[in-house]
Structures are given as structure tokens and as C-alpha cells.
Write a protein that binds this ligand. Structure first.
Ligand SMILES: [Zn+2]
Ligand SMILES: [Zn+2]
Ligand SMILES: [Zn+2]
Ligand SMILES: [Zn+2]
Ligand SMILES: [Zn+2]
Ligand SMILES: [Zn+2]
Length: 354
């Protein structure tokens, strides 16, 4: 872990510890672990961690410790609470971020506490899995969720990402517990480019994802795409020019590139212009748009008859006579043996402004 990242995390963790509402912070970390739930006897610490998958137990210098660090950064993004970790913000955005962060700490943030479930009591039902927690079991309690609410240690996880809540830090909202990242996203959109929460009045939305207006740019050339036509590929926007240069497909019939404004047919890795001239029977040129067709040897045909004729034609170089000889006696077209309908690809339309 780079030094500045480590320093940032220490700050972050102490910040969360100051603000969280743990009922008992008196415990000290046992030296084998990078972190332990506070207030437990050593055998209870062992009992707690034995409930978790081995690779998620934060032993010092283990995959579990690296998992914990990754989760700290992922679940509690520093830029969700402090403007100094954000890309330059407008004054208004800084104010909104501060309010947002204060409000979440005041109303939603908590830290789970770990206790033995009292042996004298009949037990409880885990909020996550619905199974029994018996007297003598170790359980996690979250006071924001009400005093009866408890979880198995392995069940204390974010509703959205289903990861174990790192260091038991949770955000409670409407009966559910979330990690910091997903609680923030529950309230506000997150920019796909900079990973920061969007406080501006307007943003760009495409395919259910959001961007700051200033960050909705071509992934290749970084040209701003607000108000422009663009194409989404693997959740990233491209300007038409870059998309065409990088990803345009070539038509199997005419050999020309298929422009992003042109309709395209695709089947098993082959592409055609969605026109009668290009997407048609190789043998008789019958247009096949929206019709079943018979793929054979990388070519498409309207019928079994044409597909046989096609083979003969390329072998004998005499399409007409081969076709004539192969036509069914009663003159009706034989039905295709393996009909397939190509799906057509539609490109993203203009972006929607919220
Ligand atoms: Zn459970
Ligand atoms: Zn989450
Ligand atoms: Zn952004
Ligand atoms: Zn571009
Ligand atoms: Zn073509
Ligand atoms: Zn045909």
C-alpha cells in the first residue's frame, strides 16, 4: 500500500471511529489481527472470526488483511465525505457534499457491536438469513436497526454488494444495512468517470449509469459528449468518430464498413448492412431482413434449395444450371432446415439530461 494511501486510510478510519456510535470501544487489537471487534475476550475474538470465510479474516500480512484494506477503500470512499479527496468542485457542490456527509453520519452511520447472545434467552432470528441465533452464539448487533436486531457474523453484509461490512461499519436506511458506497448511491447518483457522488443540478444518464456533465466524455479522445451523439460500449461512451475508427464492423456482403447511423445485422460473428442489397440470399438475392434464413459455410440462404445450389455453383461455376437441376419437382420451396433470425443492433440515442 503506497504511503499516502495508507496515511489517508488511517485518517479515514480514525474519522469513522470518532463518528461511529459503537457501544463499546474499550477493546484493544490482539496482535495477530489487523483489526478485531472491540470489547471481546480473546476466545470471543476467535469465536467471531471462526464464523467468517478464512480468506476474509484480517490476520496480519494475510490475504484477509489485503481484502480488508481493499474493502475499506471500496466501501468507504474518502471522496464521499471530504471535498479534499474530490476532483475540483464548485463552491455549491462543496457545500452539498458537506451537508450530505454530515447528514449521513448523523442519521445513518453506525458500527455493529459483537456480543455473546445470552445463554438464558431462547435466541433470536438473524436479520439476513432468517436462521436461528442461539444463546451462547456470537452475534452482531446494530443499534440503528433496533435493539433486538442481530446477525450472524458472516451475515452482517451490505444489502447491495453483499460484502461483509468492513470493520462492522454500516449505514442504516429504511430497514436495510449498506456499506458506505452503496448507501451513498442509494441517495444520489455516482459519476462513472470520477467515482464521485454527483451534486450538480444536472447530469448525464445512459444505460442506467450517471456522469457529471463535465465528465461525460469520449473514452478514447476525451471530447465532451454532452448534447452529442455517442455510442456506449462496455458501459463506456465513445464519440461517433472514435467508435467508427475503433470498432466499426465490415459488411460480409459488400465489404464496406457499417456506419453507426446505418442498420446492422449480426449473426455468429458475421455482420451485414441491414439493407435488402446486402442482407439477402447468397444464391438468389432474395432479401432476408426479418425473415428466417439458413446459414451455411459463412453464407446465408433463403432455402435449403438455394444452399445446395450455392455449393454446386461455387464448385461448377455455373449457378443457373445447378439450381435448375436441384429444384423440387412440385415447384414449391423447401422449408429451411435450421431457420435463424438475426437480431439487429440498435445504437444509443442522444443522451438524456436530468
Ligand atoms: Zn444469518
Ligand atoms: Zn455495498
Ligand atoms: Zn465525474
Ligand atoms: Zn472520441
Ligand atoms: Zn453491405
Ligand atoms: Zn435464395
Amino acid at each position: 500500500v503506497p504511503v499516502d494511501l495508507e496515511r489517508m486510510m488511517c485518517r479515514l478510519i480514525s474519522d469513522f471511529q470518532r463518528h461511529s456510535i459503537s457501544d463499546d470501544d474499550s477493546g484493544c487489537a490482539s496482535e495477530d489481527y489487523a483489526w478485531v471487534p472491540p470489547g471481546l475476550k480473546p476466545e470471543q475474538v476467535y469465536q467471531f472470526f471462526s464464523c467468517l470465510p478464512e480468506d476474509k479474516v484480517p490476520y496480519v500480512n494475510s490475504p484477509g488483511e489485503r481484502y480488508r484494506i481493499r474493502q475499506l477503500l471500496h466501501q468507504l470512499p474518502p471522496h464521499d465525505s471530504e471535498a479534499q479527496y474530490c476532483s475540483p468542485l464548485e463552491e455549491e457542490e462543496k457545500k452539498e457534499l458537506k451537508l450530505f456527509s454530515q447528514q449521513r453520519k448523523r442519521e445513518n452511520l453506525g458500527r455493529g457491536t459483537v456480543r455473546l447472545f445470552p445463554v438464558t434467552i431462547t435466541g433470536a432470528i438473524c436479520e439476513q438469513c432468517g436462521k436461528q441465533i442461539r444463546g451462547g452464539d456470537i452475534a452482531v448487533f446494530a443499534s440503528r436497526a433496533g435493539h433486538g436486531a442481530c446477525w450472524h457474523p458472516q451475515c452482517f453484509q451490505c444489502t447491495t454488494c453483499q460484502e461483509l461490512l468492513v470493520d462492522l461499519i454500516y449505514f442504516y436506511q429504511e430497514g436495510k444495512i449498506y456499506c458506505g458506497r452503496h448507501h451513498a448511491e442509494h441517495l444520489k447518483p455516482r459519476c462513472q468517470a470520477c467515482d464521485e457522488i454527483i451534486f450538480a443540478d444536472e447530469c448525464t444518464e445512459a444505460e442506467g449509469r450517471h456522469w457529471h456533465m463535465r465528465h461525460f466524455c469520449c473514452f478514447e479522445c476525451e471530447e465532451a459528449l454532452g448534447g452529442q451523439r455517442y455510442v456506449m460500449r462496455q458501459s463506456r461512451p465513445y464519440c461517433c468518430r472514435c467508435y467508427q475508427a475503433l470498432y466499426a464492423e465490415y459488411c460480409d456482403a459488400c465489404g464496406e464498413p457499417i456506419g453507426i447511423n446505418q442498420g446492422q445485422m449480426t449473426y455468429e460473428g458475421q455482420h451485414w448492412h441491414a439493407t435488402d442489397a446486402c442482407f439477402c440470399c447468397t444464391c438468389c438475392r432474395l432479401p432476408l431482413l426479418g425473415k428466417p434464413f439458413l446459414p451455411k459455410g459463412g453464407q446465408i440462404f433463403c432455402s435449403r434449395g438455394c444452399s445446395l445450389g450455392g455449393d454446386e455453383a461455387s464448385a461448377s461455376d455455373s449457378c443457373d444450371s445447378a439450381l435448375h437441376g436441384l429444384r423440387p419437382q412440385d415447384g414449391r420451396r423447401a422449408p429451411p432446415r435450421h431457420p435463424a433470425v438475426a437480431r439487429s443492433i440498435s445504437f444509443a440515442d442522444r443522451p438524456l439530461f436530468l
